[in-house]
Design a protein around this ligand. Structure first.
Ligand code: ADP
Ligand code: MG
Length: 207
């Protein structure tokens, strides 16, 4: 089981990682976007970290919902509402629980990933964060159903997310700002797929 205090700790570490990778994520957004993904995400997670300070006793629903609402309200770019929706959907799924099993985490993540697709009117193969999220989620569900322990399940997710990021290099974007550069985006990895992979790597390293 993963407790509320563990979730807060992991979200803080995800924030640290995103802040640490701010310049790299921004640089990825230069050739196929507007050079701000890392700036956007670091700004959002700086506020999330402040918000988490007062949440030590909160249930998982409250923790994830507040994380999502903070991202929506502080991030200017499209990644704010998209990641914000993902975290809010996770919160709605987990509700008043103060701890979650691996299956419950994956169920919440599934709702979050579906939320991104609804909010972004997007799906896989469009060179977005979904090209890391969906394969990662599928790999983790499969590993979990096969009875693997949490560490291997998360490791399978990280591996699939990294492969998804590599795959975005081959894709022509059909959603978001990267769609404006069309074929010229080939060879460049998607910033949002990369930031999601950093989040999952951080969760995997700290569970
Ligand atoms: P903006 O594009 O508004 O500047 P960011 O640079 O912060 O926002 O985020 C860009 C990332 O958002 C992209 O790399 C992509 O992964 C993701 N993204 C953009 N539009 C969509 C969408 N419709 N569906 C899913 N993800 C999207
Ligand atoms: Mg951008």
């Amino acid at each position: 089981m993963i407790s509320n205090t563990e979730v807060i700790d992991i979200l803080n570490k995800i924030g640290d990682k995103i802040i640490e990778e701010k310049d790299f994520l921004t640089e990825l957004d230069r050739p196929i976007g507007d050079n701000d993904h890392g700036i956007n995400m670091a700004k959002g997670f700086t506020e999330v970290k402040k918000k988490l300070e007062g949440m030590a006793d909160a249930d998982l629903g409250t923790i994830f919902k507040n994380t999502g609402m903070t991202l929506v309200s502080t991030v200017g770019g499209s990644s704010g509402p998209l990641y914000g929706t993902a975290f809010m959907k996770m919160g709605m799924t987990l509700g008043a629980k103060k701890e979650m099993s691996l299956e419950e985490f994956l169920g919440a993540l599934q709702a979050g990933v579906e939320g991104v697709g609804q909010r972004g009117r997007s799906t896989t193969e469009e060179k977005t964060m979904l090209d890391a999220m969906v394969p990662a989620l599928n790999a983790m569900k499969e590993a979990c159903a096969a009875g693997q322990e949490a560490g291997s399940v998360l490791a399978a997710g990280v591996q699939a997310a990294r492969a998804g990021v590599e795959h975005t290099k081959e894709l022509i974007a059909t959603k978001g700002r990267a769609s404006y550069v069309g074929e010229r985006g080939i060879g460049h990895q998607d910033p949002g797929a990369t930031s999601f992979t950093f989040m999952l790597e951080t969760a995997a390293a700290n569970l």
